[in-house]
Design a protein around this ligand. Structure first.
Ligand SMILES: [Zn+2]
Length: 162
């Protein structure tokens, strides 16, 4: 046998679905788009992109439900039992499939160094601001910097002086 690829297993929260991919994956990226933010329920999602031929449903295919967004030409799959997002297919790259990086506990052979739709990142996304422990709440950290006074635009200024 000349084929010597290594495989890693990813799984959903409840463990009913397991995905197996050959590594290294093709690439890894952060998606800040609004559609992904809503679908994944987080500020941004980190995906690994793999050729479809490198992915196998190792367990639980019957538990996989899909949602097709015809307008955006995307298909998102998730575990029907626990809701974990599993696969994200984009119409413009039909031979590639994207899997949430978080499904995999181990290494996948690529660091996520690319960002898509970075300009769509919401203002509430955590951007590595310095954190300190919150007194009296073990395990809670917070950003205690004072908020900057809101910038006043010229139009706001002028409306106060009719
Ligand atoms: Zn599940």
């Amino acid at each position: 046998m000349t084929h010597t690829s290594r495989q890693v297993i990813g799984q959903c929260a409840c463990g009913k679905v397991r995905l197996e991919v050959d590594v290294p994956v093709f690439w890894a990226w952060h998606d800040h788009s609004e559609a992904t933010r809503r679908a994944q329920g987080c500020a941004y999602a980190t995906y690994v992109g793999v050729w479809k031929s490198k992915l196998r449903i190792a367990k639980g295919a019957t538990h996989i439900a899909t949602y097709e967004d015809k307008k955006r030409k995307t298909v998102r799959s998730f575990c029907a039992a626990c809701g974990t997002p599993l696969m994200y297919e984009r119409g413009h790259s039909p031979r590639m499939i994207n899997l949430p990086r978080a499904l995999f506990a181990g290494r996948v052979g690529r660091e996520p160094r690319y960002h898509i739709a970075a300009e769509a990142s919401p203002e509430w996304a955590y951007a590595q601001e310095p954190l300190v422990p919150l007194k009296g709440y073990p395990g809670v950290m917070w950003d205690r910097r004072k908020k900057k006074p809101k910038d006043e635009g010229l139009e706001d200024f002028l409306t106060r002086f009719p």
